[in-house]
Design a protein around this ligand. Structure first.
Ligand code: NDP
Length: 399
């Protein structure tokens, strides 16, 4: 039926490629292109033999003039940007030049300022509309499925949603004293930033890890969680009607936080270049190089993730609350696609987002966040492709 170009062959790209190959009714051909071609070739070897034809290529996605000929030669229906947030704009430019649909799982972040916002990507709205192509922003889990859950709650469960708490619990244990379960640079930049949530039309700022709550997660148990700023708060606060407050919490263990505090205190998490033996290095990039590769955590990680949203609002004049969540088991993911649950919970929605565009179940030109589309077909596919969801009415709320 269609063709997908996957850019980035890390944890998430690899899961998405596996899932496209499982879904060969929709994906006739995929191309995996990344900075290091040998990784793409190794992945192709694992995928070959099914009905989906797999190609590989080398590309530096920072360079629009490398991306355009690649897209022109393969002619994909959609480009899945599963490289890093730094490449979002160059890949969007190349998609625009070749009139190709675009999808990603993280919003643009300039490499030199730890600041991620949608404004750079939203600025492409008119150009994408005029070109008759779609950019689907944030088709991972969070952002991604959390936006689909919100759109679903808005469509089916409420007349007005007043409060959303997004809870991201990773109860996996990889046995290392300190490692990040996705790209360390992105992960550490995210958790060392100030916290922020949205209330009554305004952003409220907190110190990093200042707001702590304990929550008893279904199928996981009690965990400490901390308020963070997360990118979907920006789009959901605009796209969910009647919203009064939206917050995001992520769980962290004591060991992770103690290590992080220590690394921060000695300056290892800084993105300011320093001179080392006559050449500039960025401490956080150096730290990334000495930490375990997230892709290597797969076989070691045991336990589950539970990610979802608690909604409070009104339906037919009555107060209601619901919790929609997915539980994913690290070892089951590893057995299926050779990756742990954090990559799995991002790669599966990336494949489903691409499927929505190829099948034209989602078909409108412009730049959109995921909650701006009809959630129903996506919710259905989540159940089929390994991320089944549950709904609890009247869950325990977060104070
Ligand atoms: P990895 O670091 O494992 O993989 C990134 C891949 O992109 C690597 O293969 C890397 O190449 C490649 N790459 C980096 N720069 C370039 C470039 N200039 N040109 C071509 N390829 C490049 O990251 P993950 O797979 O964990 O994450 C991928 C994306 O998913 C990130 O943007 C991350 O923020 C996002 N994410 C989103 C989540 C969500 O729920 N929405 C959750 C988790 C992650 P090389 O192999 O050579 O290093």
């Amino acid at each position: 039926m269609g063709r997908a170009l996957i850019i980035g062959c890390g944890g998430v790209g690899s899961v998405a490629a596996h899932k496209c190959c499982q879904n060969s009714d929709v994906f006739d051909e995929i191309m995996i292109a990344s900075r290091t071609k040998s990784k793409c070739d190794a992945l192709k070897q694992k995928l070959d033999g099914g009905r989906t034809k797999v190609y590989t290529a080398q590309v530096d996605a920072d360079k629009v003039d490398e991306l355009i000929p690649l897209i022109e030669s393969f002619k994909p229906d959609v480009v899945l940007n599963l490289a890093l947030p730094y490449q979002d704009l160059t890949i969007m430019d190349a998609c625009l030049a070749t009139r190709t649909n675009y999808l990603d799982t993280a919003n643009y972040e300039p490499p030199d300022t730890a600041k991620f916002e949608y404004k750079w990507q939203w600025a492409y709205r008119d150009k994408y509309k005029e070109a008759g192509i779609t950019a689907l922003l944030g088709s991972g889990f969070d952002p991604g499925v959390t936006g689909v859950f919100s759109a679903y709650a808005q469509k089916h469960l409420f007349d007005e949603i007043h409060e959303i708490d997004i809870l991201d619990c990773n109860a996996g244990d990889h046995g290392y004293p300190f490692a990040t379960n996705f790209n360390p640079e992105i992960n550490i930049r995210e958790v060392t930033a100030n916290g922020r949530y949205w209330e009554n039309g305004e952003w409220v700022e907190t110190k990093p890890m200042e707001v702590k709550r304990v929550y008893d997660f279904p199928e996981v148990g009690e965990r400490d969680m901390y308020l963070l700023y997360h990118e979907e708060l920006e789009s959901l606060s605009k796209n969910i009607r009647g919203l009064r407050r939206i917050r995001f919490f992520m769980t962290f263990g004591e060991s992770y936080l103690t290590h992080l505090r220590c690394l921060q205190n000695v300056g290892m998490t800084s993105i300011e270049p320093i001179m080392f033996e006559g050449r500039p290095i960025v401490p956080l990039q150096f730290l990334k190089a000495v930490l375990p590769d997230p892709a290597s955590l797969g076989p070691r990680t045991r336990g589950k993730t539970n990610i979802g949203c608690i909604f409070k609002g009104v339906k037919d004049g009555k107060e209601r609350s619901y919790y929609i969540y997915n539980v994913c088991d690290h070892q089951e993911c590893y057995r299926e696609v050779g990756a742990q649950a954090v990559s799995y919970t991002t790669g599966v929605p990336a494949m489903i987002g691409a499927m929505m565009l190829i099948t034209k179940k989602w078909d409108k030109a412009g730049v959109y966040n995921i909650e701006e589309f009809d959630p129903d077909p996506f919710m259905e596919e989540l159940n089929k492709w390994g991320l089944p969801w549950k709904i609890i009415e009247n869950p325990k709320l977060v104070d």
